[in-house]
Design a protein around this ligand. Structure first.
Ligand SMILES: Cc1ncc(COP(=O)(O)O)c(C=O)c1O
Length: 667
């Protein structure tokens, strides 16, 4: 049974309402799983337990789960506060194994004569613990790493220490120092694969080869004509930022022959954009790259590896469609199409099959992080106006006409479907007249407030009247009447792509799933920025603009009196952690690595503490020690002037000290 969100909004503003009580009796956790589309976006890694909590299944099997609500409570009792990133290394490992399996299956099924490897681009999530996990799991699978800048190169070298065989693909803009470091690391025995992205980098490679007497292997990134797709379409095509055009590649081959380095041309590379949502774009790109490969082999380039870059997408909204937050293919289809295309082009040309490499980042790490946060309160519109306020507003000598009109609409709010549109239109018109009068100074605050309250009540009645069959002209109403749920998080720090590129992330409560969520809301974060909100959620046919949620007390309710209401924000492992910024000085969140122990219980493997106020202040050049000195000085002056007592001064100093050591989020 799926919940009718419209009914939920309109019928049950009051939890004592008999309709909501009866609805709740038939609601089961399965309904919650369906409502939030867990199966669609969860890829088998998430599900709902019988007791109404959200489970993570690191091995994609329901028999071995981790109860995320249990984890949230366990973290709270260890004083690890929200927001907290719960990383699930088991999910990461399973994703990596699945990628290996998908390509191995395709290679075996199609009798492909070479292998597959993936290099993880560390920019997708550079957190050391994540990279180390990828490296450790990857070493068993024949995978490697990819870096795209000098700092990432240094991180990559540190990560692959002791893993000499592990391929380290080096992309990005390069200067002589970058190339020299790569060449020397190769000389030391590391498996370095610098990728020439700009024509002049070939000269840098030649210079380093001469200076250090080595014959380095390298790749060349091709600028394909294949159009990229989606948000990152600009990564490819002739106007793309990186890569050599076909003409430049031909010149490069001539140049390499001239300087006797052609035998180093080991890899042909491309990257047409992240989150490729349409499998046709993958096929098109691979065909073009494969044809380029056979032509270059014929021209004498000893290329062994075809690197297709990133792009393997994630179905964030679970719609399995060719839209920005989804993909219209499975992992197996991706692998099979890639292998099939390369094989057919090579076979036709009579050229050896190359090793296939991808730089899949998002698809490896997205599922393995869940951001858990809690709701600090909600603001809702009342179904019933404040009757006392309305009575007082109407009780004056000559109540203004808009108030009388909206009140009349309110009185008629149960007219039934035929007349409701008219009643709502009257109320809407009266409200706009009221605001106009107020803005001109002809209406007092109380009257305006009464008009608004009456209007919201009429709106709620309209929702209730039409239920699922909301007329087109009222389609804006559910959003307009949606509740605001305040969540202890910064969108700019933890969910940047939701703000920056309208990326949809699955979001849902991780408990109370055996209870029908009777409200619909949007999420507002704790930054002082009106953009700090989330109002796109996975929904039927793409996304919906409000989320079904449970009742919570209003903000300001004493924390001792309220049960936490935890929300999970899923598929956040890729790009969100390090792209985030310090808006309002809300810093890095806590992160924990959680695994399922052999006894079936979850355990914390690693805790990475979030930033303190002291940390973030120092990033913007505030000096906590100086602040402490200044405060002490001011406190002493105030005590001397009898403005505060010594113990009040001590409290102030304690507040500063504790504040500096504290988490940047609400505690
Ligand atoms: C060169 C290169 N390789 C790989 C990737 C990772 O792509 P994805 O996360 O889509 O797999 C990117 C990301 O844009 C990239 O620029």
């Amino acid at each position: 049974m799926s919940m009718n969100p419209q009914t939920a909004t309109s019928t049950t503003r009051d939890s004592s309402d008999p309709i909501s009580t009866s609805a709740r009796q038939v609601w089961t956790p399965l309904d919650a799983a369906e409502l939030y589309g867990v199966e669609n976006w969860g890829s088998g890694y998430f599900g709902v337990s019988d007791r109404g909590t959200l489970m993570a299944y690191p091995d994609a099997i329901p028999e071995a789960g981790i109860d995320l609500y249990d984890v949230a409570l366990g973290l709270a009792s260890r004083e690890i506060g929200t927001p907290v990133i719960v990383r699930l290394p088991g999910v990461l490992q399973h994703r990596m194994q699945d990628l290996r399996r998908a390509f191995d299956d395709a290679i075996a099924a199609l009798d492909y004569q070479a292998g597959y490897s993936c290099v993880y681009p560390i920019k997708v999530n550079q957190e050391r613990h994540v990279c180390e996990a990828v490296r450790d799991f990857g070493a068993e699978l024949g995978f490697g790493l990819e870096v795209g800048s000098k700092p990432e190169l240094i991180a990559g070298l540190a990560l692959t220490r002791g893993f000499d065989e592990m391929p380290l693909v080096c992309n990005g803009f390069k200067d002589a120092e970058y190339i020299e470091t790569v060449v020397l690391a190769a000389k030391m025995g590391r498996n370095m694969l610098p990728v020439v992205e700009q024509a002049h980098e070939l000269r840098l490679i030649r210079d380093a080869a001469l200076a250090h007497d080595v014959r380095p292997g390298f790749g060349v990134r091709a600028k394909l004509a294949a159009p990229g797709i989606g948000r990152w379409a600009g990564s490819s095509g002739i106007r793309g930022k990186f890569g050599l055009t076909v003409g430049e590649i031909l010149h490069a081959v001539e140049y390499l022959e001239e300087v006797d380095l052609l035998d180093g041309f080991r890899m042909l590379h491309c990257h047409v954009g992240s989150q490729i949502f349409d499998i046709r774009a993958v096929k098109y790109t691979v065909s073009e790259l494969a044809h380029l490969y056979v032509e270059l082999v014929r021209a004498g380039a000893p290329i062994e590896i075809l690197d297709l870059g990133g792009g393997l997408g994630v179905d964030y909204d679970g719609s399995q469609s060719a839209t920005d937050s989804s993909v219209n293919y499975t992992l197996d289809q991706y692998a099979s199409d890639v292998v099939h295309r390369i094989k057919s082009v090579c076979d036709e040309a009579g050229v050896d099959h190359p090793t296939i490499m991808t730089e899949s980042g998002r698809a490896l790490v997205a599922h393995s992080s869940v951001l858990i946060t809690d709701v600090i309160g909600s603001r809702t519109f009342r179904v019933e106006p404040d009757h006392d306020l309305v009575r007082r507003a109407l009780g004056v000598d000559e109540p203004p006409q808009p108030l009388l009109d909206v009140h009349e609409a309110y009185e008629r709010r149960h007219v039934g479907e035929d007349e409701m549109l008219e009643v709502y239109a009257d109320a809407e018109h009266a409200l706009s007249e009221a605001i106009h009068l107020f803005n001109l100074g002809y209406m007092d605050l109380r009257t305006r407030a009464a008009c608004e309250e009456l209007f919201w009540a009429v709106g709620s009645a309209a929702l209730e009247t039409y239920g699922d069959d909301l007329p087109e002209s009222l389609s804006h109403l559910p959003d307009r009447l949606a509740d605001l749920y305040f969540v202890n998080v910064s969108v700019f720090q933890s969910l940047l792509d939701s703000w920056g590129i309208d990326q949809v992330f699955p979001i849902m409560p991780i408990h109370r799933l055996d209870e029908e969520p009777m409200r619909r809301g949007i999420l507002a974060d704790i930054t002082c920025d009106s953009d700090g909100r989330v109002d796109r959620f996975p929904g039927e046919g793409g996304h919906k603009t409000t989320l079904e949620l449970h009742d919570v007390p209003p903000p300001g309710t004493d924390s001792g009196d309220r049960e936490p209401y935890y929300l999970g924000i899923f598929l956040t492992g890729a790009y969100q952690e390090t792209l985030g910024d310090l808006h309002n000085l809300l810093g890095d969140t806590n992160a924990v690595h959680v695994r399922r122990g052999s006894n079936g219980r979850w355990r914390i493997e690693t805790v990475v503490e979030g930033e303190t106020v002291r940390d973030v202040l120092s990033y913007v050049q505030f000096e906590p020690e100086q602040m402490r000195r200044h405060l002490r000085h001011d406190v002493e002056a105030a005590i001397e002037a009898d403005r505060i007592t010594p113990s009040e001064g001590a409290s102030l100093r304690r507040f500063l000290d504790e504040g500096l050591q504290g988490y940047t989020y609400l505690e």
